[in-house]
Write a protein that binds this ligand. Structure first.
Ligand SMILES: NC(=O)c1ccc[n+]([C@@H]2O[C@H](COP(=O)([O-])OP(=O)(O)OC[C@H]3O[C@@H](n4cnc5c(N)ncnc54)[C@H](OP(=O)(O)O)[C@@H]3O)[C@@H](O)[C@H]2O)c1
Length: 272
């Protein structure tokens, strides 16, 4: 199997829900692909009402028209969808699955043949073009990762994982992470309200602060420790707050959350 050029000429989506719809909009909105070169099929006719690509009538029709096919249905439906792809008269060059916990081996077995497969794990922020997406491919399909990077680059930043098992901690950090961050955000805002801020002021302040912290952390060479140290003056307000967080085992609690989430991801994958 040869590697395709980085930009695909056509991309198809099976499932136009939260993620399929977000990826399709991202491809069009980023100018990577014209709507005419994007096709999709969803069993729910009302899915992605704003979908600008061609809405087709079956998995096979989308597979036959697409150079790259993105599987964006729930994990328990992946095997059946792959079987439909395998029965299509023309198979895509590359199949990308975003289904959580469905291994490459299972997808490749269900597809049969020599189709290149990449696993991807985006997160819900893809709907705003701010996903953190992880990619994994088997050694013989490494050449296809550039095309997957091109695609997921339309909805945020992309990293390649060296081992498939890393999908579990990545899912805990990047996919469950927004829930952890929002719990922290809610507590920050509640505390601000407790101390007299209006709810709206606290909400705006927390969102802007988190956006700013994320931007600082995204600069080349930035580390959380250096940013923390830069705002912690001796005997100041920040170090007083940090001491209170440490007495509540803040870091240990966050690490325990990620470890629990990673374990749950592994056990769900084993059960399925
Ligand atoms: N949402 C996230 O944050 C997130 C993050 C990372 C990965 N993922 C993965 O992304 C995948 C999709 O998640 P989602 O949140 O986008 O789900 P979703 O909103 O439920 O979208 C899936 C869509 O696929 C449709 N569908 C079901 N069977 C189909 C079939 N045979 N052919 C075509 N369409 C079919 C569903 O229709 P019905 O509703 O009628 O069944 C639904 O509209 C999942 O595997 C999930 O693990 C999601």
């Amino acid at each position: 199997m040869t590697t395709g050029s980085v930009a695909a000429t056509s991309v198809g989506f099976i499932g136009l829900g939260n993620m399929g719809g977000a990826l399709a909009s991202g491809l069009i909105g980023s100018g990577r692909l014209a709507a005419a070169n994007i096709a999709g099929f969803d069993t729910f006719a009302g899915a992605a009402p704003g979908f600008e690509g061609q809405r087709l009538g079956s998995v096979a029709e989308v597979a036959e028209r697409s150079e790259v096919l993105v599987l964006a249905v729930k994990p328990h439906l992946i095997a059946a969808v792959c079987a439909e792809v395998a029965r299509a008269s023309k198979v895509p060059s590359l199949v990308i699955s975003i289904a959580a916990g469905v291994s490459l081996a299972r997808i490749r077995a269900a597809l049969g043949g020599e189709v290149a497969v990449v696993r991807a794990m985006p997160n819900l922020a893809a709907t705003l073009g701010c996903s953190a997406t992880a990619l994994f491919a088997a050694p013989e399909h490494q050449g296809w990762l550039a095309q997957a990077e091109w695609l997921f680059g339309a909805v945020g930043s992309v990293v390649r994982l060296p081992r498939e098992a890393d999908m579990h901690p990545f899912t805990a950090v990047a996919s469950s992470g927004p829930a952890f961050a929002c719990l922290f955000a809610e507590a920050l805002a509640d505390a601000g309200v407790h101390e007299g801020l209006t709810r709206e002021t606290a909400r705006v302040a927390v969102a802007a602060m988190l956006r700013g912290a994320a931007e600082m952390l995204s600069q080349p060479g930035a580390t959380p420790a250096a940013i923390k140290d830069a705002v912690s003056s001796p005997g100041g307000t920040t170090i007083a707050g940090l001491a209170a967080l440490e007495s509540g085992a803040f870091r240990g609690s966050v690490m325990a959350a990620v470890i629990a989430s990673t374990r749950r991801s592994r056990s769900l994958a084993e059960e399925s």
